[in-house]
Design a protein around this ligand. Structure first.
Ligand SMILES: Cc1ncc(C[n+]2csc(CCOP(=O)(O)OP(=O)(O)O)c2C)c(N)n1
Ligand SMILES: [Mg+2]
Length: 820
C-alpha cells in the first residue's frame, strides 16, 4: 500500500531556518504553602524518611562491603553494590506523584529507586491491597519472615517487607524479591511498579519504550520511566529508544483512540560521571544533557533540567511530565542533576575527582537540606525527624540481621536443577487479554487468504511431481497463516520491525497483514535493531505478545545486547515473576554478499534462556510458529530466505489449513535409511536429500536424513536412535563451520552415541570465509558434493568414488592452521 504522506519537494527545498525553544533549567521555585497543599504534611515528612531509609540502607551495604560488618552484624557480601549515596532526593521525589501503574525501569544503581517506589506504594495504597500483595508474593514466604516482630501495623510491616525483599535479593537469598536470581543490579518488585533494573548501561531505555507501547496499545493506565545515567547518553540503544519513542506515526498514522505516543520518560539521573568518565566536559559534548531533547523531535522531548537535590522539584517535574505523557504527547526527557558521594562501587577510591568537589555537594546534602526545609517551615520538628531516624535504624538492623542469616534466609537449593527450572516458563497462552482482537478485515476477505485458497496445500501434484512454486503454499505463506491465526486470537499481539507494514514485510512474508491489522498491531520502526528487540522485551514482560523482526540475521549484532542479555535472561533473573512471550523472527540471507548472508544461529544457541527454531519446510514453518506464538518463552525463529518459496513435499496433503503445532524439540526423519545418518539444520536439508539420492543410486548407500528443526531445546533421542542403526553420522548446515552449532551437536552425538559409532561424526558447514558474491556462493555454502566427499574421506569410503572437493583430514588441518 502506498503511503498517505506525500514527500513534496516544494516543501522540503524551501529556504528558512529551524527554531528551537529554550530548554528550561532548574526553574523550580519552592513554595511551602503550595507544597503543603499539594502533598500534605505526612507525605512531605515521609519523603524525608524515605531518603533516610535509602541513605542508611546503602551506608549499611557499604560498611558491610568494606568492613565485613555493620552494627555488630557480620557478613561477607561477595557481589556488587553500586551505591547512590547523595542521590536520594532524586529518586524519592520521582516516586511521590507515581502510582503502582507507573513503572520504573532502572540501572545498576537502582537500590534507591526500588526502595523509594515500593515505600511510596506501601504508604499510599489501601492497607488491604498492601496486605494482599505481601500475602500473595511467593506464597507469602517473605511476609512470614518479616511479620514476626514487626511494628507499625500493616504499613510498618510493609516497610520491613520492602527492605528485606531488596536486601535478601542483594544477598542472593531465596526470599529476595527475585529469589536471589537477580541480585543487586537486577532486583525489582513488579507489584509496586518497580520493574527490572539493568546492569547493562542504558539497557532499560528501549525496554521502557516497549513497556510504554504495551500500555498504549492495550490501553493500560500509567506511564513508564527509564531511569538511566548520564553516561548512558553515549549508548546507541538509548538513542535508538528515543527514536522509536518519538516516531511521528503515533500521531499521524495510528488510530486516534490508541492515544498518541507511548508514555515514556527518559529520566537521566545526571550525576556527571559514568564510572570515572566525566560526561560534562570530557566524554560528552552536550554541556547540558537536556540539550539532547532538541535533537529528537519538534517538542524537544519537553526536555528540562531539574534540580535533583530538591525532592519537591523532582516531584513537580514528574507530575507535569506525567500529564503530558498521558495525553499522548511524549516522549519526555529529564536531566535530573544529582551527585553520588559514594564511589561507583565500594572498591572505587574516587581518584578521578577531588575531595573539594565531593565536599561542595556534601555541603548542600539533600537530606540535610530537605530536613532544614521541613523544620524551618514548621512542617516537622527536629525531634520528630530524630524519632523517625531512630525508627529507620531499628528497622534496618532487624531486617539486616534477618537477611544475613542463612537459616532464616537460605539460598535457593540449586540441586537437582532449581536454576534450570527457571530458565523457561514452558507455558502456553492462547491470548493475553480477553478483549476482541482489533482487526481491519475478517480472514475470509483478506487478499492473501483469498489468493492462497487457490494454491495447492502440497508442493507435489497428484503424480507426485513438484508443482510450480507460484501454485503452492510456500514456506512464507505458511508463516503468514500462523501469524494471522494468532493475531486474530490474541489481542495483545503486535509485530514490528523494518518494512513490516506497507512493504509487505521483508521478503513479502507479511503481505496481506497490512490490510488485516491496524497500525498499532503491525508497524514499521526506525532502523533501530537494538530498540526493535528491546522494545519487544519491554512489551512482552509487561504482559503482551511481541513479534519483532530482524530483516537479516547479520543485523543480530546490532541487537546484540537485547538478544544476548535481555530477551534470554529476564525470565530466570526474575525467578519466573516475568514471562517473555516474544518471537524474534530472523531471516537468514543468501546472494547478498558478506554482510547479508550469514547464519548466526550458533550465537543464539549459546545463550541460556533462548529457544531456537529453524524450520526448513512449510509444514514446520506453520506448526513451529504456531507453537512459538502460543508459548510463553522467548524464541528466535530462523528462516532461510533461500527456501521461502518452497512447497511442502514431505507431509502428505501438504500444509494443513487449520491449526496444529509441531512438537517442541523433535527432529523429523525426512528419509529413512540404514547406512548413515545425515542431520541438517535449515536449508541444507534439500542439498542433503540430493546427496542421499546420489549415495543411493551411485554407491548403494542408504542415508537416513534427519531435519533437526530445533536447535534448543533438542531431543537427541531421535538422532541417537538413527545412529544406533547406521553407526555413522554427518551433520550439515549453512553456518560457517568454525563455532557452528553443529559442533555442539557433534560433540553430543559422539558422547551419547559413542558405543554405536564406527566412525567420527563429520561436520560440514560453510567455509570460514566472508560470503562471496552470489555467483561464487557455491564455493562457500555446503553443496551435495561436499557431503558425499566428506562421507568418503571421513566416514565411509565409497568404492570407486573420486572426490571433487577436498574434505580430508589433511585439508582440515591446513584450514585450521591458517584460520580459514
Ligand atoms: C554496556 C555497558 N558498558 C559498560 C558497563 C560498565 N559500567 C557500569 S556502570 C558504568 C557507568 C555508567 O554511568 P552512568 O550511566 O552515568 O550511571 P551511574 O553509574 O553514574 O549511575 C559503566 C561504564 C556496563 N555495565 N554496561
Ligand atoms: Mg552517571
Amino acid at each position: 500500500m502506498p503511503k498517505s504522506i506525500v514527500i513534496d519537494p516544494r516543501e522540503n527545498r524551501k529556504p528558512g531556518s529551524l527554531a528551537f525553544t529554550p530548554i528550561v533549567l532548574n526553574a523550580y521555585a519552592p513554595d511551602v504553602k503550595k507544597e503543603t497543599a499539594r502533598w500534605g504534611r505526612d507525605a512531605l515528612v515521609r519523603a524525608w524518611r524515605d531518603m533516610v531509609f535509602i541513605r542508611e540502607f546503602e551506608t549499611m551495604l557499604n560498611t558491610i562491603k568494606t568492613r565485613g560488618a555493620w552494627e555488630g552484624i557480620a557478613y561477607d557480601h561477595l557481589g556488587p553494590a553500586h551505591l547512590s549515596i547523595g542521590q536520594e532526593s532524586a529518586v524519592v521525589g520521582q516516586s511521590m506523584p507515581l502510582g503502582i501503574d507507573d513503572f520504573l525501569f532502572g540501572s545498576h544503581r537502582s537500590h534507591g529507586e526500588i526502595i523509594a517506589k515500593c515505600l511510596a506504594a506501601a504508604a499510599t495504597l489501601p492497607e488491604s491491597q498492601v496486605s494482599s500483595i505481601m500475602e500473595s508474593y511467593f506464597g507469602g514466604s517473605l511476609l512470614r519472615v518479616v511479620e514476626k516482630g514487626s511494628t507499625g501495623g500493616v504499613r510498618g510491616c510493609a516497610v520491613d517487607f520492602v527492605l528485606y525483599g531488596v536486601l535478601a535479593e542483594i544477598f542472593g537469598r531465596e526470599n529476595g524479591f527475585n529469589r536471589g536470581m537477580g541480585g543487586s543490579m537486577h532486583a525489582f518488585f513488579a507489584p509496586f511498579g518497580s520493574m527490572p533494573n539493568n546492569a547493562i548501561v542504558g539497557g532499560s531505555a528501549d525496554i521502557a519504550v516497549g513497556s510504554a507501547l504495551f500500555k498504549r496499545i492495550n490501553r493500560r493506565p500509567g506511564i513508564v520511566i527509564a531511569n538511566i545515567g548520564d553516561g548512558s547518553s553515549g549508548c546507541g540503544p538509548v538513542w535508538e529508544a528515543m527514536m522509536v519513542a518519538a516516531m511521528d506515526q503515533y500521531r499521524t498514522l495510528w488510530p486516534k483512540e490508541v492515544g498518541g505516543a507511548p508514555p515514556v520518560l527518559f529520566n537521566f539521573f545526571n550525576n556527571f560521571y559514568g564510572m570515572g568518565g566525566q560526561t560534562l566536559g570530557e566524554t560528552m559534548g552536550f554541556k547540558v544533557l537536556a540539550r539532547i531533547g532538541a535533537g529528537v523531535n519538534p517538542e524537544q522531548m519537553h526536555a528540562e533540567r531539574v534540580d535533583g537535590y530538591n525532592p519537591l522539584a523532582v516531584a513537580d517535574a514528574i507530575e507535569r511530565k506525567k500529564a503530558i505523557l498521558l495525553e499522548g504527547r511524549g516522549p519526555v526527557l529529564l536531566d535530573v542533576v544529582t551527585y553520588r558521594y559514594s564511589g561507583h562501587s565500594p572498591s572505587d577510591a574516587s581518584s578521578y575527582r577531588t575531595k573539594e568537589e565531593v565536599a561542595l555537594w556534601q555541603e548542600i546534602d539533600c537530606i540535610k537540606g530537605y530536613g532544614e526545609y521541613l523544620t524551618s517551615s514548621k512542617i516537622a520538628s527536629p525531634a520528630e525527624l530524630e524519632t523517625i531516624r531512630g525508627d529507620v535504624m531499628a528497622r534496618l538492623k532487624r531486617v539486616t540481621a534477618l537477611a544475613v542469616s542463612l537459616e532464616v534466609s537460605p539460598r535457593i537449593a540449586v540441586a537437582p536443577d532449581a536454576i534450570g527450572d527457571l530458565m523457561f516458563s514452558n507455558g502456553s497462552v492462547e491470548k493475553h487479554d480477553s478483549r476482541a482482537p482489533e482487526m481491519l478485515l475478517p480472514a475470509e476477505k483478506n487478499p492473501r487468504v483469498i489468493a492462497n485458497a487457490k494454491k495447492s496445500r502440497s508442493g507435489l501434484g497428484p503424480d507426485g511431481k513438484p508443482l510450480p512454486k507460484s501454485q503452492v503454499i510456500s514456506l512464507k505463506d505458511a508463516i503468514f497463516e500462523a501469524m494471522l491465526h494468532r493475531f486474530s486470537i490474541d489481542p495483545t499481539m503486535t509485530a514490528f520491525g523494518e518494512e513490516n507494514r506497507d512493504w509487505g514485510g521483508a521478503f513479502a512474508v507479511y503481505r496481506g497483514l497490512t490490510e488485516a491489522l491496524p497500525y498499532q498491531r503491525l508497524f514499521n520502526t526506525s532502523i533501530s535493531e537494538g530498540a526493535i528487540v528491546g522494545a519487544a522485551v519491554g512489551y512482552a514482560l509487561s504482559g503482551g505478545r511481541a513479534v519483532p523482526e530482524l530483516m537479516y540475521c547479520d543485523f543480530l549484532g546490532r541487537s546484540g545486547d537485547e538478544v544476548f542479555n535481555q530477551v534470554c535472561k529476564w525470565q530466570a533473573m526474575s525467578a519466573g515473576v516475568l514471562k517473555m512471550p516474544l518471537v524474534l523472527r530472523v531471516s537468514v540471507g543468501s546472494k547478498y554478499g558478506a554482510q547479508h548472508s550469514q547464519d548466526w544461529s550458533s550465537l543464539t544457541a549459546h545463550m541460556p534462556g533462548l529457544k531456537v527454531m529453524f524450520p526448513a519446510t512449510p509444514y514446520d514453518a506453520k506448526g513451529m510458529l504456531n507453537l512459538a506464538l502460543r508459548g510463553t518463552d522467548p524464541v528466535v525463529f530462523f528462516e532461510s530466505q533461500r527456501i521461502y518459496d518452497v512447497g511442502e513435499i514431505f507431509v502428505p496433503g501438504g500444509v494443513p489449513e487449520g491449526y496444529y503445532e509441531v512438537e517442541e524439540g523433535q527432529p523429523a526423519v525426512r528419509r529413512a535409511g540404514t547406512d548413515i545418518t545425515i542431520v541438517t539444520v535449515g536449508a541444507t536439508l534439500y542439498r542433503a536429500l540430493e546427496a542421499a539420492d546420489i549415495l543411493a543410486s551411485k554407491h548403494g548407500v542408504s542415508a537416513e536424513v534427519i531435519d533437526a528443526r530445533f536447535i534448543n531445546p533438542l531431543d537427541y533421542r531421535v538422532i541417537l536412535e538413527s545412529v544406533r542403526k547406521t553407526g555413522k553420522c554427518l551433520l550439515c548446515s549453512d553456518a560457517c563451520e568454525r563455532g557452528s552449532f553443529l559442533h555442539t551437536m557433534a560433540s553430543n552425538v559422539s558422547q551419547m552415541g559413542f558405543d554405536s559409532l564406527d566412525a567420527p561424526v563429520a561436520v560440514v558447514g560453510a567455509r570460514n570465509w566472508i560470503t562471496p558474491c552470489a555467483e561464487m556462493e557455491e564455493s562457500f555454502f555446503p553443496q551435495k558434493e561436499w557431503i558425499i566427499d566428506a562421507i568418503h574421506e571421513r566416514v565411509l569410503p565409497l568404492a570407486g568414488h573420486t572426490p571433487v572437493t577436498d574434505q580430508g583430514i589433511a585439508e582440515m588441518l591446513r584450514r585450521n592452521h591458517r584460520g580459514v
